[in-house]
Design a binder for this molecule. Sequence first.
Ligand code: CO
Length: 161
Amino acid sequence: MAILSIRVLPEPILRQKSKRVRVIDGSIQRLISNMIETMHSTGGVGLAAPQLGTPLRVIVIGMPEQEDVVLINPEVVRRSGERLVDEGCLSVPGYIGEIKRAEIVRVKGRDQNWKEVRIKANELLAQVLEHEIDHLNGVLYIDYLESMDKLRKIEPEEVQL
Ligand code: CO
């Protein structure tokens, strides 16, 4: 396992649509291990493969006091409700902004054993799922800001996704 450097704006890979994973092989397993280790090293609660320079549809989530979640080819199948949240991103360091996210999201994908998984989430987990899946489509949370004036300088203890 290795801690890799996180790509930050304006690196073009952050704006690319990532490709679906077809099969789990050694290189995907290594990618997942590196993503998990890198995520924990940053104190972030989620990471998407393109943030490490690999344009594949893989995300990892590490919520406090819960088991890490690996999702391959994740898709949001349903969103409901709306709420305002503060959001930041390891690829847009130093800032945080208020945007709208769904209250409840349902996501499907596969885990690291290629088993189909479905997750129904609310609160922070729902936000992280939407945020990380957006990364796979080249979308960043700042795209949802009404204006860049809504960005604020971050306090060091605030959560980064
Ligand atoms: Co992010």
